[in-house]
Design a protein around this ligand. Structure first.
Ligand SMILES: Nc1ncnc2c1ncn2[C@@H]1O[C@H](COP(=O)(O)OP(=O)(O)OP(=O)(O)O)[C@@H](O)[C@H]1O
Length: 255
C-alpha cells in the first residue's frame, strides 16, 4: 500500500517549470534514493515533501493526508551541511530535536531531566556520549552529521528527508555513516528519501533509485521544460538492472 503518494506534481518558479508530471508511490519503510543532474529540482522535490512550499499543481499525501506544514511532526530533514544549533551543546541539540515533536514546547523540571536522560541514551547509540557537553563546532564533520541525524530522529519522524547528507564527508567517515544509517533504518522502519550525487551510495542504501531528468529539451531555451522521474530502479538485492543483466550474460559465457 502506498504510504507517500505524489500525483501529477508540477512546480514552477516565475513561470519557469522546474518539475513536471512527477508521479510516485512509496510504501512505508522504503528507502528512496534520488539522483539527477545539478539544478534539476531534487531539493525542490524534498521541500515539497516537507510542505515548505505549495506545488504549482498536483498533490502529495503522506499516510493519507497532505504533509503537515509544521516541521518535524511527521518528517525530519538533514541537509548536507550540519543542520544543528551551534549555540547549543550536543546534548541540548538532541533535547531540542525531541521538543520539535511537541511543536517546540520546552521541557521543565522532572520532564527536562527525563528528556536529558533520553538524550544521553540516544547519544550513546550514535557513539557521541563522550562529547555530550561539547558544542558542535568542536566535533568532526562525521560527528556533526551523526548529531544532525540523531536530532532529526528524536522527533520520531515517519519520513526522513536527507539532502546530500554525506556529501561533505571524507570517504572513510562516509562509509561509517552508511552503516549507521542502515542500522537506524532497520531499528526504526522509517521511510527515507535521500538526494545524493553519488550513484554507488544511491544503489547501496536505496531500495529504489529515482532518476530526475528532463524528457524534453529545447536547445534554444533549455529552461523551457521541467524534470520528471525518468527511471525508477529497483535497487534491492544488488538489483541494478543493467548490472544484473551483465552478470547473466557473463554466466552464459563459455568457461
Ligand atoms: N525559491 C526559488 N525561486 C526561484 N527559483 C528556484 C527556487 N528554488 C529553486 N529554484 C531553482 O530551481 C532549480 C532547481 O533547484 P534545486 O535546488 O531543486 O535543484 P537540485 O536538483 O537540488 O540541484 P543540486 O543538485 O545542484 O543541489 C534551480 O534552477 C534553482 O535555481
Amino acid at each position: 500500500m502506498s504510504f507517500v503518494t505524489v500525483a501529477n506534481l508540477f512546480q514552477s518558479y516565475d513561470r519557469r517549470p522546474i518539475l513536471e508530471r512527477v508521479n510516485v508511490s512509496v510504501a512505508e519503510g522504503e528507502f528512496i534514493s534520488i539522483v539527477g543532474a545539478s539544478g534539476c529540482g531534487k531539493s525542490t522535490f524534498l521541500r515539497l515533501l516537507l510542505a515548505q512550499e505549495e506545488p504549482t499543481r498536483g498533490t502529495i499525501s503522506i499516510a493519507g493526508a497532505p504533509p503537515a506544514r509544521e516541521p518535524g511532526l511527521d518528517r525530519g530533514i538533514v541537509f548536507q551541511r550540519y543542520s544543528v544549533f551551534p549555540h547549543m551543546t550536543v546534548r541540548e541539540n538532541i533535547v531540542a530535536g525531541e521538543s520539535l515533536r511537541r511543536g517546540w514546547g520546552r521541557f521543565w523540571g522532572a520532564e527536562r531531566r527525563a528528556a536529558l536522560t533520553r538524550a544521553d541514551e540516544t547519544l550513546a547509540r550514535v557513539g557521541l556520549d563522550h562529547v555530550a557537553g561539547q558544542y558542535p563546532a568542536t566535533l568532526s564533520g562525521g560527528m556533526q552529521q551523526r548529531l544532525a541525524i540523531a536530532q532529526a530522529l528524536m522527533a520520531r519522524p515517519k519520513v526522513l528527508l536527507l539532502d546530500e547528507p554525506f556529501g561533505a564527508l571524507d570517504p572513510g567517515t562516509r562509509l561509517s555513516m552508511h552503516a549507521f544509517l542502515t542500522d537506524l533504518r532497520a531499528e526504526t522502519g522509517m521511510t527515507v528519501f535521500m538526494v545524493t550525487h553519488d550513484l554507488e551510495e544511491a544503489f547501496k542504501l536505496g531500495d529504489r533509485v529515482l532518476v530526475f531528468d528532463k524528457t524534453r529539451w529545447d536547445p534554444q531555451d533549455p529552461s523551457l521544460n521541467g524534470a520528471t522521474i525518468t527511471y525508477d530502479f529497483d535497487a534491492r538485492n544488488g538489483g541494478i538492472p543493467f548490472q544484473t543483466l551483465q552478470e547473466e550474460l557473463d554466466d552464459l559465457q563459455p568457461a
